[in-house]
Design a protein around this ligand. Structure first.
Ligand code: FA5
Length: 346
């Protein structure tokens, strides 16, 4: 078979180069451009094959052929770069054309977060009490029967335990049913005078429009020489008027707590019916918001205090009920559903 002349090989490469340029100009996407690159510049391409055979040429032909092959290669690389630019510009143009966003529309604006209504009410109650000189104490959510009941003068089998539908855990532990155990923990730790508030979650197996299985209380405890029931009344009226406004009606109703004597429950006028009676206030016109009383002398004595020397008062505020009153929320369960359409209103 006759060996093709160098001139015919080079002219064949020229023809292939022209064909490649024509094919390249028709490519309109990146994967096809990659295939083209490996076909014309890859190891098995005619150009690379010709370069590998350079060594077998007579020395006098090598420079001109080498120069020719290099020129072809750089021209092809340059043409590929140009085509790449064209493809990218076309793709960007297509995306702009497909985009239906109206950049002239005004921005939607960002939505600001806010504190949960329970948190807002709790902060306001704490701010009121802080202005009256109370400092903050905390206690554990998991309590012993001793602190939750016995030390508060509620022994086992006492009927008052039925008032607290308790979530019992194992080995004498329970989820605290009120914040009152922190009264005992504080009195055991420090000598009078005491003036503390205790915010925290409490738990009871109870659920309806005004009762939640997990709710919030703020306990108050004041112990000092000469504390009387009138001090309790003064503090609670000042605090309730500060929180709910001067026009709110407040009622002290005789009640019973084993750890206070005398005891009272405080009701405020129903925000929904303003006292005329409705489903929320069970037709009474009043909503109970807190329990209170003078600290029972047995509790003072069991905590190491002398009831002949010091007396005290305590109260336990239902924060969730207060939030309902403040914001006009008709069902306590709304506070725990985390529905953003509801929460966005506060
Ligand atoms: C107590 O928990 C007493 N420890 C309060 C107390 C403290 C009395 C210090 C005397 C001295 P009571 O069970 O009534 O009391 O609850 C206090 C308040 O918590 C109620 O007035 C009510 O506002 C709120 N509350 C009670 N149970 C629930 C519940 N399941 N869901 C929401 N709020 C509740």
């Amino acid at each position: 078979m006759p060996i093709p002349s160098l001139a015919s090989v080079l002219s064949e490469l020229d023809v292939q180069f022209q064909e490649a340029l024509t094919a390249l100009s028709a490519i309109d996407n990146l994967p096809a451009l990659d295939v083209f690159k490996s076909l014309y510049l890859g190891k098995k391409s005619p150009l690379s094959t010709a370069m590998r055979h350079l060594g077998s040429l007579p020395p006098e032909e090598k420079p001109s052929v080498g120069q020719k092959l290099n020129d072809l290669k750089s021209s092809l690389q340059e043409a590929i770069q140009n085509q790449l630019k064209i493809i990218k510009e076309t793709m960007a143009q297509r995306m702009i054309e497909a985009d239906t966003t109206d950049a002239s529309l005004p921005p939607r604006g960002s939505r600001k977060g806010s504190f949960h209504p329970i948190h807002q009410t709790q902060s306001q109650i704490m701010a009121c009490l802080s202005r009256l000189g109370f400092s903050v104490k905390e206690g554990p959510d998991i309590e012993t029967e001793f602190y939750n009941f016995e030390a508060l003068h509620i022994p086992a089998n006492h009927s008052a335990r039925d008032m607290h539908d308790t979530f019992y855990l194992h080995s004498g532990l329970l989820l605290r049913t009120h914040t009152s155990p922190v009264q005992i923990r504080t009195m055991q730790q420090q000598a009078p005078p005491i003036k503390i508030m205790v915010p925290g979650k409490v738990y009871r197996c109870d659920s309806d429009a005004t009762h939640s299985p997990c709710f919030h209380q703020i306990e108050g405890l004041v112990v000092d020489k000469g504390i009387r029931f009138s001090d309790l009344k003064g503090v609670l009226i000042a605090f309730l008027e500060d929180l709910l406004g001067q026009e709110v009606k407040i009622r002290f109703r005789p009640s019973y707590f084993p750890f206070t004597e005398p005891s009272t429950e405080i009701d405020v006028s129903c925000f929904k019916c303003h006292g005329s009676g409705c489903g929320l206030c069970k037709q009474t016109g009043w909503i109970e918001v807190l329990g209170a009383g003078l600290v029972n002398r047995h509790v003072l004595r069991a905590s190491g205090y002398d009831p002949e020397t010091v007396t005290g008062f305590a109260f336990g505020i239902g924060v969730d009920r207060m939030a309902m009153l403040q914001f006009g929320i008709p069902d306590i369960r709304l506070l725990y559903e985390n529905d953003s359409r509801f929460l966005r209103q506060f």
